[in-house]
Design a protein around this ligand. Structure first.
Ligand code: XMP
Length: 511
């Protein structure tokens, strides 16, 4: 049985995912659910955390959650909006703040001998982000902490395990935030810190065995971290009943198809490599528009995958490498009651006619947890540290129409860049890197000859989730070496530029 430790009710705060991250860092399992769609098994959870919100409790359409059933019966931690909610609807008073309460503050008062604040001292820095303030505490509340601007910064309700804080313990700037969460979850709610990669693997494998029995499952491997870890988990659970398909769309990195396929086979996976390069390149022929390229690739992938899946007799499940941020996003507070979880796929979803049931073994874990789970199952660290690579591959890094010759040139350039990053110990300092083939020729000189050849751009970015990104300040010496190597070794390229644009306003990929 999956653990049911902590239920985080999301009222729409930008920080809700961070609460989950901090709780998981304490080796405690948690799930985020929108306040207006709590899970049917809410009562199974051992503690509830109410998140912050961009809304005001005083607004007419304020997010409302009836927790009269759980209050007093279960430990509750109300954060920011949650704290104001508790005050506003239980006899206190919430009003607009006189001063802007945003940023760092320090606790100027902490009530003595409170478990909630154990190992935390006055002066501790906390992060505030709110425009309403609690003027009067709710009925039965005991003040636990204040800052110079916010008197009612933390309180508890007498006779209940109900705690409330105006500040955000989940934000790193709250220096003792994790300790506070630990005090609440471990010392007050009595939750054991047993959620680890190993325990995740153990429970997930046995759940998969129970759900899948002797059924056959098909999974599309991409060479990336998520699908690889999902495959190994499923393989552990059902062995040869997992049928993996790894498609070469002709737009992968140089030698990637062969080397990754070898790696998968070495891991004992039941994997079939399908070289469909010609089919993809054919479908892309003459197309220059980025979205049309994506569509052509997505459709070709569906065709190839469907053909292959049909060859597996009696297959009833499709496995996907969906991870938790995708799930959370798709059932957001504003998604409405009918919002469905998106079927996430790199290249545009799979057709309904496949009529397969979906299994997503990673749907409750975050990216870095996926990597840790992979490591705990012995997956090669190089595979786990791979940069993200887009489903449409090099097609969206070749600006304009695609030809086999352009693919060859870009593969060569990309390989020099990526291998160089590895040699110089820079690969793991970069979130994503690649080369882009530009649709322009420029004049150059080689020996005594005039050349008129292609320009390539190099791109390396730092990011945490790809939503925002900064270009990486790669050493000049490195750029100089790589540029020389590219121009000397790759026929058809006479100029290299480095992309120094951040996202936003640029994007990571050029198309
Ligand atoms: P952008 O270019 O939007 O990229 O800043 C953000 C992240 O998404 C990847 N990306 C894609 N991944 N199919 C994918 O599977 C796509 O069509 C696609 N377009 C962009 C990109 O590589 C980066 O990691």
């Amino acid at each position: 049985m999956q653990q049911h430790d902590v239920l985080i009710l999301d009222f729409g705060s930008q920080y809700t995912q961070l609460i989950a991250r901090r709780v998981r860092e304490l080796n405690i399992y948690c799930e985020i659910h929108p306040y207006n769609k709590p899970p049917a098994n809410a009562n199974d959870f051992k503690a509830i955390i109410l998140s912050g919100s961009p809304s005001s409790v005083r607004a007419e359409n304020a997010p409302h959650f009836d927790f009269s059933e759980i209050r007093g019966n279960k430990p509750i931690l109300a954060v920011c909006y949650g704290a104001q909610y508790l005050a506003h609807f239980s006899g206190g008073n919430v009003a607009p703040s006189n001063t802007r309460e945003y940023g760092r503050a320090n606790l100027s008062y902490i009530k003595e001998n409170e478990i909630f604040f154990s190992r935390i001292s006055e002066g501790s820095q906390v992060w505030m982000s709110h425009s309403d303030t609690i003027k009067e505490l709710p009925t039965g509340a005991i003040l636990l902490a204040s800052t110079s601007d916010v008197e009612n910064a933390a309180f508890r309700i007498e006779g209940e395990d109900t705690y409330a804080i105006q500040f955000h313990p989940e934000v790193y700037h709250s220096t003792d935030g994790k300790r506070l969460l630990e005090n609440f979850l471990v010392n007050i709610a009595g939750i054991a810190q047993t959620w680890t990669s190993d325990s995740f693997v153990e429970t997930t494998v046995s759940e998969l065995q129970e759900t899948l029995g002797n059924d056959k499952v098909v999974l599309g491997l991409s060479g990336g971290v998520d699908s690889s870890v999902a495959a190994v988990l499923l393989h552990k659970a059902i062995g040869k009943n997992l049928y993996c398909i790894f498609v070469n769309n002709g737009l992968l990195r140089k030698n990637e198809f062969e080397s990754v396929l070898n790696q998968y086979e070495g891991m004992g996976l039941n994997v079939k490599g399908v070289d469909a390069s010609a089919r993809f390149l054919n479908a892309l022929s003459g197309i220059s528009d980025p979205e049309k390229k994506r569509k052509a690739i997505g459709n070709s992938f569906i065709d190839v995958f469907d053909d292959e899946a049909h060859k597996i007799e009696g297959v009833t499940w499709l496995a996907q490498g969906t991870i938790y941020p995708d799930v959370i996003e798709s059932v957001s507070v504003n998604g409405g009651p009918s919002a469905t979880i998106k079927s996430h796929h790199n290249v545009g979803g799979l057709p309904d006619f496949m009529k397969l049931k979906i299994v997503e073994p990673l749907r409750m874990i975050f990216k870095d947890e996926v990597r840790r789970v992979g490591a705990s199952m012995g997956i090669d660290s190089e595979l786990l540290a791979r940069h993200p690579f887009p489903g449409p591959g090099l097609a969206i890094r070749i600006l304009g129409n695609i030809t086999p010759e352009k693919v060859r040139i870009l593969q060569e350039v990309d390989a020099i860049f990526i291998n160089g990053l590895k040699e110089y110990g820079l690969y793991n300092k970069v979130w994503q890197a690649g080369a882009i083939l530009l649709p322009v020729n420029s004049v150059g000189v080689m020996g005594d000859e005039r050349t008129y050849e292609k320009v390539v751009a190099l791109r390396a970015v730092e990011s945490t989730d790809g939503m925002t990104a900064d270009w990486v300040n790669l050493p000049y010496e490195f750029l100089q070496k790589i540029s020389n190597q590219i121009i000397n070794k790759v026929k058809g390229v006479n100029r290299v530029v480095y992309d120094i644009s951040s996202k936003p306003p640029a994007t990571i990929e050029w198309e």
